[in-house]
Design a protein. Structure first.
Length: 248
């Protein structure tokens, strides 16, 4: 089987890495950890489980396990996870450049991140610090890792530049932005706990997520040469071939 690169055709690995089942389990654990920080916000707002509980019982132990694995049993795909983490944090930072201006200069909506921090610590004094650390490392970084893992598995590293960026923007809108708005709208106390669904708040969060997806897509393009470290053929090789032919 061959994978089709936009510039040239290069053979794709036809077999799995040594210890392939273990590497798959490893990637699934990374994907689980990347998804939990954003999912537990919804769980807390819906009253299912508090962020403090889920962070203590699920996230921190999983971080400890994966940190130990990466330290003592490193694998080439760890660099892809690291790139996704950094790309997600950078995208979140650029998003916040717009959001914080709208919040603190224009006054178009409130800042719910410090409040979210108090859910984790139970202490209002450290809410802002913890909330923003969680936002960048957990939410932004986690979304970046999740996108990178799914994108590499699907074969986006072989797609044309515009389609990669559009896919990243689409990911930022669905499921990320739609999940946020659905949480606020459908949870019994969603607006009280997070923010009011005013037209300005909807516009700010939508634009912010468009920015997030655009920057994340650019980051993926910059680092997609690390696809050589991905140990499996893409799940969508036919789509990659068609997209390459159209871009040619």
């Amino acid at each position: 089987m061959f994978a089709f690169d936009r510039v040239k055709m290069t053979p794709a690995p036809t077999g799995r890495d040594p210890g392939g089942n273990w590497i798959i389990a490893r990637m699934m654990l990374f994907l689980l950890l990347a998804s939990l920080p954003i999912l537990e916000i919804s769980a807390d707002v819906f009253g299912l489980v508090s962020q403090r509980t889920s962070g203590t019982v699920l996230i921190l132990p999983l971080v400890a396990v994966l940190a130990t694995v990466v330290t003592f049993i490193p694998h080439a795909t760890d660099s892809i996870v690291a790139r996704g983490l950094v790309a997600g944090m950078v995208a979140c930072l650029v998003y916040d450049g717009f959001r914080l201006f709208a919040v603190y200069v224009l006054g178009w909506m409130g800042d719910f991140i410090p409040t979210m921090g108090t859910w984790i610590t139970g202490d209002a004094h450290n809410g802002a610090l913890v909330g923003y650390i969680w936002r960048y490392l957990g939410d932004g970084g986690g979304l970046g890792v999740a996108f990178y893992l799914v994108a590499f598995a699907a074969g986006l590293q072989h797609w044309s530049r515009p389609r990669v960026v559009l896919t990243a923007v689409g990911y930022a809108i669905f499921p990320v932005w739609t999940g946020l708005i659905a949480t606020v709208a459908l949870a019994p106390h969603g607006e009280q706990m997070m923010f009011r669904l005013t037209p300005s708040a909807i516009a700010i969060t939508l634009i912010g997520h468009l920015v997030f997806g655009f920057v994340l897509g650019l980051g993926f393009l910059r680092g997609r040469r690390s696809c050589a470290k991905w140990p499996w053929p893409p799940l969508l090789p036919r789509a990659a071939h068609l997209l390459t032919r159209r871009a040619a």
